[in-house]
Design a protein around this ligand. Structure first.
Ligand code: ADP
Ligand code: MG
Length: 353
């Protein structure tokens, strides 16, 4: 076989040597936002555009690729449609904005029937109804293989109500909604059952012991209810992000962008008992699910300590730690009194083995 000369080998940089975030930075650094309307371009859950009169529009977009982001051997198309919309609405909500509409762009191979796509759109319809958003348009194309879905969402808000990632203050209380790690637990169970099914297709798995975890993986919800409740209670977070890549990764975003550190109390992490069961079966530490699981689509936000009473009384909000002045010190305090450095192991598409 002909060898590639060394000088050619080094002329190109592999995408994996950069990783997802540095690649985005590399590609976009020479195209800074210049218009006065652009309040936030790249770097948050959604971009923010000034409409004048104190109103803003927020825009977010996501790409879902078959066998990278979803596996149709265990994800029903209806669920996929629902989840594709919800994850985008979650990004709008994470800016403390109200979602208005979505666009859906679809590339499909001839492997899919019209009936299959009807299922996908039944899920999209359900999500539009649940979150009261309109389907505004999209684009459709054929593709040689598989399926690619791109969803964009737009939302609206008042300029002074939008919450960014980069404004956490020292002493802020760190809060999360719902519970963490169950979506990852659901993924592990579904993936295990897929392997069993491929070996012994005639055995139907009994997944009733894992129903909550599986529903969290297949049918996540955006926490529009929580931002509305906060507004009603007069709480405006200093910073906020949705938990798509795992708590550790999202804390890293908030802390680095805010130039702060954090202390997280492991015993305050809200974790459902089914996650405990899966953690035991897979011999993975339970905190790993909560910290690095991902796809929960809960909200992570920080509020001034003065709001303690207000957030303490919110049913589905848990205070898990506080923001510190110590930039670069992101730590988890364990029951034993030990503290460990947080490691953000969120999905890094290009650097995954
Ligand atoms: P999220 O995890 O919320 O989907 P990403 O990590 O995908 O966000 O993106 C981080 C930021 O980079 C976002 O502001 C997004 O709009 C922007 N971004 C991602 N990919 C590109 C791209 N190819 N070109 C321009 N901007 C991008
Ligand atoms: Mg996000």
């Amino acid at each position: 076989m002909k060898q590639i000369p060394e000088e050619y080998k080094s002329a190109y940089t592999s995408i994996s040597s950069l990783g997802e975030f540095r690649l985005i930075d590399h590609l976009t650094k020479n195209i800074p936002a210049k218009r006065s309307e652009t309040i936030k371009a790249i770097g948050d859950d959604a971009a923010v555009v000034d409409l004048g009169n104190g109103d803003v529009e927020v825009i977010s977009t996501d790409l879902l690729v078959e066998n990278v982001h979803f596996d149709l051997s265990y994800v029903p198309l209806r669920h996929l449609g629902y989840k594709s919309v919800v994850v985008n609405i979650s990004d709008i909500v994470a800016m403390n904005a109200e979602p208005i509409g979505i666009t859906i762009s679809l590339a499909v191979s001839s492997r899919f029937s019209v009936e299959a796509l009807d299922e996908l759109y039944a899920g999209i319809q359900l999500a539009c109804e649940k979150y009261n958003v309109d389907l505004l348009g999209g684009d459709t194309s054929s593709i040689n293989q598989g399926m690619v879905i791109s969803v964009s969402a737009i939302g609206k808000g008042k300029k002074d109500e939008i919450v960014y990632r980069n404004n956490a203050k020292a002493k802020d209380l760190i809060c999360v909604t719902g519970d963490l790690g169950a979506a990852y637990a659901g993924f592990l169970v579904l993936d295990r059952e897929k392997a069993v099914f491929l070996k012994t297709p005639d055995i139907q798995p009994d997944l009733s012991d894992y129903d909550y975890a599986i529903s969290r993986q297949l049918k996540p919800e955006a926490r529009l209810d929580v931002i509305r409740e906060m507004k009603a209670n007069g709480v405006k977070p200093n910073s906020m992000i949705d938990i798509s890549d795992g708590l550790a990764s999202e804390l890293y975003h908030i802390c680095t962008q805010s130039k702060k550190g954090c202390n997280i109390y492991a015993n305050k992490l809200p974790i459902d008992w089914q996650v405990g069961k899966v953690a035991e079966e897979f011999e993975i530490g339970i905190n790993t699910f909560a910290l690095n699981g991902g796809e929960d689509y809960e909200l992570l936000f920080t509020v001034p300590i003065e709001d303690f009473q207000k957030v303490k009384d919110m049913k589905d909000v848990h205070i898990i730690g506080n923001i510190s002045e110590d930039e670069h010190v992101l730590q988890v305090l364990l029951d034993s009194g030990q503290s460990v450095e947080l490691e953000a192991q969120g999905w890094s598409h290009f650097s995954r083995p």
